[in-house]
Structures are given as structure tokens and as C-alpha cells.
Design a protein around this ligand. Structure first.
Ligand code: ADP
Length: 706
């Protein structure tokens, strides 16, 4: 409307100006007249008025325009999606739009003059303080991120930008809510952290697994491995990543073969177990059990392989040991069964002899010769039975680990002479010769050893030589073998008997072996003697071995270590049994301490064969009193197991008033440690029951032939 008015005013002005021009022309052509001048003036006034109107109109239009702009600006400001607000220098809100009010969660009107900082959460308030300071000092646009307090728990993240006005009195801020982006970012970061944490957990799990783990790609290049792998193979991770797995195989063929298995399994991709020999960095080879697994992506394509390798060296060793132990247990079970069967025979046979011939002896019409023969059988059967019982006792002590050595100074010459004289009669009675081959120095050779065990070894070997020979001779020998490294005393027992076939030679030292080999030529025995001898020899630090030829005889050797230190004291104590000067055993006064009448009868009969001066005590107390009252007593044969005061205690008390009296302990206990105990309380010697007459008399002779 206004534009239309404006256009008509402009047309009027143009028309009036044209008329003015015409009037001026006419005036120039004709001389001016008062009417013409008047007319011209009127025109000019009209034009001026129209121009004024036009100016007013334009002014009006301009004003209208400016009002419209301001309104638009206000609307824009008020309803802008971003927050705008104006702050004083001290942070009070002087102006703000709805978006700002919404962010601050309050009525717009109530926010005027409120301090903006009050709406900011504590942890970002210092950011804002710095920002406001920078805005007023820098005069350029500043920005910062703050968190606004919110009624619900969700924080409002706001990005603010601000600039101060020209006069630095206030500043204009724009607030942009970045919560959605920020929360998404936080969520993303949290997710990333969780993934990283998970990856870390997997990594430590991977490294804490005790089996070696290897990850390889489809070309069998190593991608990863765990700590156990590095320590098992001796490589560092850097050493092996990127290398071919072939470096771990004992040989190329194994690598190729496994490759073929892997490929043939591609379609099914089923994990499988295999065992092969692996090579460490130091080229050591070990058996490894490996579980192979295929690595696939989501689409099911194979990315590579995972190998779980376990070193099974120990397991294989244990399996072999278990197998051997089982074999041994089965073997020992078989041997024990065979042993029991044999033992039954071994015990029954002498028992049969003893009982059978004892009954025969009852016949009053027997001739003296017949009686002697029967008694001999009973005696031999008894010896045989005793031998079996002794061996069984020794084996059970060895098995229970109770067999100990009792090391003392032993004169080897004395031991060998003693054994020689002990068996000489028996062998010669069998119609064979018995020779002694002793190359040791005649003054004696002394070693620290267990003389009981040395006797037991020699007795076992000589008994076997007698048992397995019917004619010819037996030779007992001893010599000193010295090499650069060491010196050994070598003993040997040689016979001309049945000999031992080559295939049996390696087993005869095993327990119960006699029973097992079903040796038809084996005479009597439980197959224990040699195993006991071997154990004793080894306990004393030596070796036992043999040379034998079937049908020609055997030589059993054993050695004992000799350290070359002669024990002079021992020389004085140990006496040779063959030294028969000043024999006066037939004058001895002997006290027999024995509570069992049968044992006392036996021992009395033996003793009376050398001296008539025999006194009997039935218990320990009686023995002490007799010894106190009769200084003539030379020897006490002290039983150990007696009621009230036993042999140990009686000896201990006798020693308090008589140190010189010879006391020989006699015991049926047969337990390890008995001889040591007896010697400890003051006995001079120890003899096992049942008493062997020869042994007892030799022992007595040893103590009195000085
Ligand atoms: P045994 O009580 O059977 O004699 P040993 O352990 O003493 O038990 O001996 C084991 C086996 O060794 C005997 O059964 C016998 O076959 C053989 N043997 C031992 N000594 C001799 C030897 N001197 N001559 C021949 N064979 C022997």
C-alpha cells in the first residue's frame, strides 16, 4: 500500500517538475510576468511539499523496517535452539534466551541477576572461572566445557563460547548442549576401556596357563605365544614371532607330516591331539603332547591354528616307572608264591627229619651206631631249619630297612682264619679238600667294618660251595688289590662243584631266585643266601660277582674297601684264634644264667665237655649274688630274656663290682641291635640261640687263649 502511494507521489513530482521546466522556458521566451512567477512559485511549493511528504513516507517506511528487524532479532534470540546469555563481569545473568533457561532448568525471569556459576557442577566450576577471566582479559572469543547441575542424575555437558563487549562491561555467551555427544563419547570410552581390560585379562590368563601355547597363521608363521611357551622352549617372544613353526620340530619330516594332517582336517576343522618330539632353543629334545585347534573368524574362515603343548617327559618317565614297578610287583608276587611253595617244602623237610628220627630214637633196641646216625640226621635237619629261619629273619630286616651296620675294627686275617677253621672239618668230612689262600700281611690287616656281616657273607658262600659240590676241593682266598684309584680287599670262595649256567648267573643274587629258576640241581635252600650276601657286601661298600662254568665249578668274589689305615689298638684287642698258647679252658669256672630248663640243659652239656666247674643261676638276681660271692668265676654265659632282672641289667650290675669277668650274652631274640646292646652294658661277646656248640667253644677259646 505504502509502496503504491510512494509510486504515485513520485509521478506527481515528475509531472510538477516538467511543468516547472515548461514555465521556465516560457519565461525565458517571453518576459516574466507576475502571474507566471506566481505560478512558478506555487509549483515549486507543491514540489517541495510533495518531496517532504515523500521524505516522511520514506522515514516511516524505514522506521517500520527497523521495528520489524528488531522484533525478528528478538524472536530469533529468544527462540534460538542454542542458549544465549549475557553475563556481567562478576558472572550475573543480565539477559538470556529460553534455550539457556531450559538448560539451567529454571524460569527465564527468575534467572535474571542469578550468578551463572551457581548452576555449574563443582568439578567444572574452576574451568568456568578461568574462562570468564580469559573472556574479559583477552577480548577474543574463548570457549570451555562445563557440566551443569541437573535435577536427575544425568549430567548436562555444555560447550560455552563467549566474548566481551566493546567496553568490556559484559560478555555474550552461547551455550551448546553437547550431552548426547559427550555421553556417547563416554560410553564409547567406557566400552574401549572394558575391551582393553578384557584383552588384558585374556592376556594374563594366556600367560598364566602352564601349558605352552602357540598361535600361528595358516602359513604356520608364529603370531603369538605365551610365557610358558617361551620358558619351555627357551626363546624370547621377540625371537620367535614371525618365524615358521618348523623351528620347534625335531626334524623336517615331522613338520611336513603335521602340515598334512592340518590340511586334511581343514574342512571339519576339528581339534586333535598328537604327541611328537620338540626341539628347544638349546637343541634339547623332549616329548610333547599337543592339542591343535583351528582359529576361525565369524564367517567360519580359518585364520590359523592354536597349539597347546605339554612337556610329558616326567609323565612318560613315571609311566615307564609305573610299568616297571608293575612288572616288578607281578614278578615279586610270582616269586613270593613260588617262594612260599618252596618254603613249605624247605621247612617241612628238616622238620620231617627231626620229628621222624626223634621218634625212631625212642626204640630201645637201637645199636649205638644207629643212634649216632639218627642223631646226626636230627642235628643236620635242625641246622638246616635254623639256617632258613635266620635267612628269613635277615631278609625281613633288610626289607623293613632295619638292617644296620655295626662298624668296628676288624682284623681280616683273624676273620678268615676263624671261618677256615670253622668249616675245615665239615668239608674234609665230605671227602673234599679245603685250602686257604691268604696273601695278606701276616701281622694282620685291619679295616673298619662289620665283622658279623663279613662272617655271614663268607659263611653263605662256603656253605653254598659245600652244598653244590660233591668232590674236588674248596678254596678260600683273600688278597689286597691296589690300583691308582683305590685299594680293595678281595675275598673269593672257589669250588669244583656243579657250576652255574650263563643264563642263570645274572639272577642268582635276586631274592627267592632259587625257587624261581626251578633248578633241578638246586639242593636245599630258599634262594635267600646270595641276596643277603649281596646286600651285606653293598652295605659295607663293596661288590660281589662270580665266575662260573656249568659242570666245572664256581668262584664267588667279593670286595671290601681298604683305606690303608692300620688300627694299632685293634691289633692289641683282636687275637688270632689259632694262637693256642696257654690253653686252659678246661680249668674255667663257668656260670650259666638261664631261666629255661631245656636251654640250660643244652648249654650245660656243651660246657661240661670242656670243664666240670659249672654253676647254674635261674635269674638275673641269682647271677649277681653268685658273682659277688664267688670271685673264682671266670666266665658268665648270660641269657638276655629273663623275668624281673634281665641279662642286660644283671650284666650292668655285675660290672659295677667286677670289670674283668668275661660275660658272653646269649639270646634267641635275633634282632638287629641286640649284640650292640649287650656290648654296651658290658658284655664281652654275643652269641645267638640256638647255640652252635662249635661256635660257642671257639668263642670261649678266643677269650681265654691269651
Ligand atoms: P640257596 O638257599 O638256594 O642256596 P642262594 O641264594 O644261596 O640260595 O643261591 C641261589 C642259587 O644260586 C642256588 O639255588 C643255586 O642254584 C645257585 N648257587 C649258589 N651258589 C652256588 C655254587 N657255589 N655252585 C652252584 N650253584 C650255586
Amino acid at each position: 500500500m505504502k509502496t503504491k502511494n510512494k509510486k504515485s507521489s513520485q509521478a506527481t513530482i515528475l509531472r510538477l517538475k516538467a511543468e516547472q521546466k515548461l514555465a521556465r522556458k516560457q519565461k525565458n521566451n517571453k518576459s516574466s510576468t507576475p502571474e507566471a512567477d506566481m505560478l512558478r512559485l506555487v509549483h515549486e511549493l507543491e514540489v517541495h511539499q510533495i518531496e517532504l511528504e515523500m521524505q516522511n513516507e520514506e522515514l516511516f517506511i524505514a522506521k517500520e523496517k527497523s521495528e520489524l528487524g528488531e522484533q525478528k532479532y528478538t524472536e530469533l534470540y529468544d527462540f534460538a535452539p542454542s542458549g544465549y546469555l549475557t553475563l556481567s563481569k562478576t558472572g550475573e545473568i543480565t539477559e538470556l534466551n529460553f534455550a539457556s533457561a531450559k538448560l539451567l532448568n529454571k524460569d527465564r525471569s527468575r534467572l535474571i541477576n542469578a550468578n551463572f556459576a551457581c548452576f555449574i557442577s563443582l568439578n567444572t566450576r574452576s574451568n568456568f572461572d578461568q574462562f570468564l577471566k580469559d573472556v574479559f582479559t583477552s577480548k577474543i572469543k574463548q570457549s570451555c566445557e562445563i557440566v551443569l547441575e541437573s535435577k536427575n542424575d544425568l549430567p548436562i555437558y555444555v560447550n560455552i563460547e563467549g566474548i566481551a563487549d566493546q567496553r568490556n562491561n559484559f560478555c555474550l555467551l552461547t551455550l551448546i548442549d553437547i550431552s548426547t555427544a559427550k555421553l556417547a563419547q563416554i560410553h564409547l570410552l567406557e566400552k574401549k576401556r572394558k575391551i582393553e581390560e578384557q584383552a588384558e585379562n585374556y592376556k594374563s590368563l594366556f600367560n598364566s596357563i602352564r601349558d605352552a601355547i602357540l598361535v600361528a597363521d595358516t602359513e604356520r608363521n608364529i603370531i603369538d605365544c605365551n610365557t610358558a611357551f617361551c620358558s619351555l622352549f627357551g626363546y624370547s617372544k621377540e625371537d620367535i614371532i614371525g618365524k615358521k613353526t618348523s623351528v620347534f620340530y625335531e626334524n623336517e619330516t615331522q613338520f611336513i607330516e603335521l602340515g598334512q594332517v592340518l590340511e586334511s582336517n581343514y574342512n571339519e576343522s576339528k581339534s586333535f591331539l598328537h604327541t611328537l618330539n620338540y626341539k628347544k632353543k638349546n637343541n634339547d629334545i623332549f616329548p610333547g603332547e599337543t592339542g591343535v585347534y583351528y582359529l576361525k573368524n565369524n564367517e567360519g574362515s580359518i585364520l590359523g591354528f592354536v597349539g597347546l603343548i605339554r612337556d610329558i617327559t616326567q609323565r612318560q618317565k613315571a609311566e615307564i616307572e609305573l610299568l616297571n614297578a608293575r612288572k616288578k610287583a607281578e614278578e615279586s608276587d610270582r616269586l613270593k608264591s613260588a617262594f612260599l611253595a618252596n618254603m613249605s617244602h624247605e621247612i617241612r623237610t628238616p622238620m620231617n627229619g627231626i620229628l621222624g628220627f626223634s621218634r625212631l630214637l625212642k626204640n630201645p633196641h637201637l645199636t649205638g651206631k644207629e643212634q649216632q646216625r639218627y642223631i646226626e640226621v636230627i642235628e643236620k635237619s635242625g641246622d638246616r631249619l635254623l639256617n632258613i629261619i635266620n635267612n628269613l629273619l635277615d631278609v625281613s630286616k633288610i626289607e623293613a630297612g632295619l638292617m644296620k651296620t655295626n662298624l668296628k675294627t676288624v682284623n681280616i686275617n683273624e676273620a678268615i682264619d676263624y671261618v677256615y677253621s670253622f668249616f675245615k672239618h665239615e668239608i674234609e668230612n665230605k671227602g673234599m679238600t679245603f685250602t686257604l689262600n691268604n696273601t695278606l700281611p701276616s701281622e694282620g690287616l685291619f679295616i673298619k667294618s662289620d665283622h658279623e656281616k663279613i662272617y655271614a657273607i663268607l659263611i653263605n658262600l662256603i656253605k653254598n660251595a659245600i652244598k653244590y659240590s660233591d668232590e674236588g676241593g674248596i678254596e678260600l682266598g683273600v688278597s689286597l688289590k691296589t690300583s691308582k684309584m683305590k685299594s680293595d680287599i678281595e675275598f673269593f670262595v672257589k669250588d669244583t662243584g656243579i657250576g652255574i649256567s650263563k643264563n642263570k648267573q645274572h639272577t642268582i643274587f635276586d631274592r627267592f631266585i632259587q625257587a624261581d629258576i626251578a633248578d633241578e640241581s638246586a639242593r636245599q635252600g630258599a634262594g635267600l643266601g646270595l641276596s643277603i650276601a649281596k646286600t651285606y657286601v653293598e652295605m659295607l661298600g663293596g661288590n660281589i660277582y662270580l665266575e662260573s662254568q656249568e659242570g666245572f665249578g664256581s668262584i664267588f668274589y667279593f670286595t671290601l674297601p681298604y683305606n690303608g689305615q692300620e688300627d694299632n689298638l685293634a691289633k692289641k684287642i683282636n687275637k688270632k684264634p689259632g694262637d693256642k698258647t696257654n690253653t686252659y679252658t678246661h680249668n674255667l669256672k663257668i656260670l650259666i644264667v638261664e631261666d629255661d630248663p631245656v636251654s640250660e640243659m643244652l648249654i650245660s652239656i656243651i660246657i661240661k665237655s670242656i670243664t666240670p666247674k659249672v654253676i647254674i643261676a635261674r635269674n638275673g638276681l641269682e647271677a649277681i649274688n653268685i658273682c659277688k660271692n664267688d670271685p673264682e668265676i671266670d666266665l658268665v654265659l648270660m641269657d638276655i630274656k629273663m623275668p624281673e632282672i634281665n641279662g642286660y641289667e644283671a650284666t650292668r650290675q655285675i660290672r659295677q663290682f667286677n670289670k674283668d669277668l668275661i660275660i658272653i650274652a646269649q639270646s634267641a631274640f635275633g634282632l638287629n641291635g641286640d649284640p650292640e646292646k649287650a656290648l654296651a652294658v658290658g658284655c664281652d661277646d654275643y652269641i645267638k640261640k640256638p647255640l652252635n656248640k662249635k661256635l660257642l667253644l671257639t668263642m670261649i677259646e678266643k677269650h681265654f687263649n691269651k
